[in-house]
Ligand binder design. Structure first.
Ligand code: FAD
Ligand code: NAP
Length: 304
């Protein structure tokens, strides 16, 4: 029986493992892919304290390295289900079952893609899903932001500090974003709008993006427009399908926790991007992980 099974070895899960293991708990860290999570898809991280610049994979390695010496068991597998059996939980991975006193869910979120030609080809070569991370690489460029929600509008405003211009393309003629954000965007001279339009394709040369094909969905008209970078904000999806039936998510699938990272089920915690929260970053994931690692120690001690 484990004291805690942590699902997902991104920054949130690795930090939870660090704190739980340093409290002498028996810890399993389960990962379906390579440890590091989304950091493995990040070329440069410039907003992690202590490093002016570090590559995502290097930061991932630095977070993972100390865990082995602390006795954390690193297991490979994709979790399919968690069963709450009261005093303990069972984590089901394909054809294996792990019994544990507590579970920490750290499975992250997935940026929805447009699924248009050129999108995956130019990912990290002018196509980005994170303005906070990549914005500074696009100084004096004409940028396109796709989407009409809070993220698209907020990030478009953020990008104006670097870009020559920022154009928001939205599939309707009215934004979904909060009014206060809309007002700020409409008042910003660097921000332009293209309404009722969708991106049909993303183009570039052998190095990076140089434009898109836009289609007006009311008139059917198509045209090519040049841009030096494309930021896609058409929503995020939590990776929480395997919690179905536990009743710990909101209607969109984000896991709801309190400030101690506790879900509605005693002994089950959630940390990082999968959690219902405002700022999804490495720093906030790490903070959540530290809290949950400490909380499982308290839970295990109180229930032994
Ligand atoms: P993740 O990093 O998403 O890790 C979740 C892990 O869970 C993954 O490894 C996944 O394989 C695993 N997993 C999922 N489902 C299962 C399952 N069923 N069973 C087992 N394992 C599972 N933030 C910054 O602070 N600075 C940046 O510069 C920055 N750049 C970014 C660049 C890009 C391109 C992207 C996409 C994001 C960037 N972010 C950045 C955001 C940051 O990466 C995330 O906020 C952070 O990684 C979230 O950490 P997490 O541990 O919650 O989830
Ligand atoms: P979102 O609210 O789901 O908005 C996604 C936007 O993308 C919508 O405008 C949607 O259009 C558009 N869209 C979806 N699929 C598309 C497609 N295939 N092609 C073109 N456009 C598409 O997502 P979000 O903006 O990332 O926000 C997610 C959540 O985080 C929200 O609850 C939001 O309020 C919250 N958030 C809050 C803040 C804040 O409070 N400051 C900041 C950021 C995010 P339609 O409008 O036509 O549906």
């Amino acid at each position: 029986m484990y004291d805690t099974v942590i699902i997902g070895a991104g920054p949130a899960g690795m930090t939870a493992a660090l704190y739980a293991a340093r409290s002498n708990l028996k810890v399993a860290l389960l990962e379906a892919g390579i440890p590091g999570g989304q950091m493995n898809n990040t070329v440069d991280v410039e907003n992690y304290p202590g490093y002016a610049l570090i590559s995502g994979p290097e930061l991932a390695e630095k977070m993972f390295e100390p865990l082995e010496n602390l006795g954390v068991e690193h297991l490979f597998g994709r979790v399919e289900k968690i069963e709450d059996k009261g005093d303990f939980k069972t984590v089901i991975i394909e054809d294996e079952e792990l019994d544990t006193k507590t579970v920490i869910i750290a499975t992250g979120a997935f940026h929805r893609h447009l699924d248009v030609p050129g999108e995956s080809e130019y990912n990290s070569r002018g196509v980005s899903y994170c303005a906070v991370c990549d914005g500074a690489f696009f100084r004096d460029e004409d940028l396109l932001v796709v989407g009409g929600g809070d993220s698209a509008v907020e990030e478009a405003i953020f990008l104006t500090q670097f870009a020559k211009s920022v154009t928001i393309v939205h599939r309707r003629d009215e934004l979904r974003a909060q009014k206060v954000l809309q007002d700020r965007a409409f008042a910003n001279e660097k921000i332009h709008f293209i309404w009722d339009s969708v991106v049909e394709a993303i183009h570039g040369d052998d190095r990076k993006v140089n434009g898109v094909t836009l289609k007006n969905i009311k008139t059917g008209e198509e045209r090519q427009v040049d841009f030096g970078g494309i930021f896609i904000y058409v929503g995020l999806d939590p990776v929480s399908d395997f919690t179905a039936g536990l009743g710990i998510t909101d209607e969109l699938g984000w896991i709801v926790t309190d400030d101690h990272m506790k879900t509605a089920i005693a002994g089950i915690y959630a940390v990082g991007d999968v959690r219902q929260k405002d700022l999804r970053q490495i720093t906030t994931a790490v903070g959540d992980g530290a809290i949950a690692g400490q909380e499982v120690y308290k839970y295990v001690t109180e229930h032994s």
